[in-house]
Design a protein around this ligand. Structure first.
Ligand code: PAF
Length: 281
């Protein structure tokens, strides 16, 4: 496994692999690798010949009062995990490598960021879309894998790729959960044992919402019952949304399919989770 910090060297290496006819796969991460990332790495490894993981805590996707400084960083540990999971190249740039002095070009989507997390985290998806496009330009992947836990991010990247004709296939991977149903996330590291126990109500609320919609209850009623369930986390509910799974627009009536998404602040962690709901015909 090689580790490169320079975007130019990384570009040259990846292009060389592509010229040999190899399929280049990318899993973009901010490090602090956990079971969720490992499942993305393994999934990507199965469909490519040259597996790249990027590790970069991207400053432009954090708001001024967010956890950029305290975001967990442990490169030695991340490197070992990559090595053990068949990664060929780790791209580990410095902030100056990604954002040289005078940087001023950003990618903005018009509508998709104005829902769910985008409403609470202004500028977040502008930072995500910008860094992901830069990673695509540097690594030139044929395929890239993103977790569906960050569902809005997954939709935004898919849209950006389509809108800007970027030649990369975006694959969504299912969320990895603990045995209690809690979605695995770097931000779970901020939770105490007691908070982890209470965070299990996020998944329970999603399953309840799904059950109610499939029974014919309205999205409004489903959200009401989910809110009651989420009170049991003892946290602060940020949002509960029943929406179209492509546009992320709220829906008033459930017909065939939708997404239920939520965000709750428990202690120091802001946790997000979601579930796709489909009526079997
Ligand atoms: O999901 C993440 O870890 C980040 O948002 C990403 C895609 C690596 C961009 O910084």
């Amino acid at each position: 496994m090689i580790v490169l910090r320079s975007p130019e060297k990384t570009f040259r290496k990846c292009v060389k692999e592509k010229r040999k006819g190899r399929i280049v796969g990318l899993v973009p991460t901010m490090g602090a690798l956990h079971e969720g990332h490992i499942s993305l790495i393994r999934k990507c490894g199965k469909i490519c010949d040259f597996l790249v993981v990027s590790i970069f805590v991207n400053p432009t996707q954090f708001g001024p009062s967010e956890d950029f400084k305290s975001y967990p960083r442990d490169f030695k540990r991340d490197r070992k995990i990559c090595e053990e999971n068949g990664v060929d190249l780790v791209f580990y740039p410095t902030a100056e490598n990604v954002y040289p002095p005078g940087f001023e070009t950003f990618v903005n989507l018009e509508k998709l960021p104005s829902h769910l997390c985008g409403l609470r985290r202004p500028g977040h998806f502008r930072g995500v879309a910008t860094v992901v496009l830069k990673l695509f330009n540097i690594i030139q992947p044929d395929v890239a894998v993103f977790g569906k836990k960050d569902y809005q991010q997954f939709r935004i990247i898919k849209k950006m790729v389509r809108d800007l004709n970027i030649p990369v296939r975006i694959i969504g991977a299912e969320t990895v959960r603990t045995h209690k149903g809690l979605a695995v996330s770097s931000r779970n590291w901020y939770l105490s044992e007691d908070e982890i126990g209470r965070a299990a109500f996020l998944r329970k609320a999603l399953l309840l919402g799904k059950k109610l919609l499939l029974k014919g209850e309205s999205p409004a009623r489903a959200k009401q019952e989910m809110r009651k369930m989420l009170f049991r986390t003892g946290g602060k509910i940020d949002y509960i949304s029943v929406c179209d799974r492509f546009t992320l627009d709220e829906i008033k009536r459930f017909e065939k399919e939708c997404l239920i998404a939520l965000a709750v602040k428990i202690g120091k962690a802001r946790l997000i989770d979601n579930i796709e709901v489909r009526r079997k015909l």
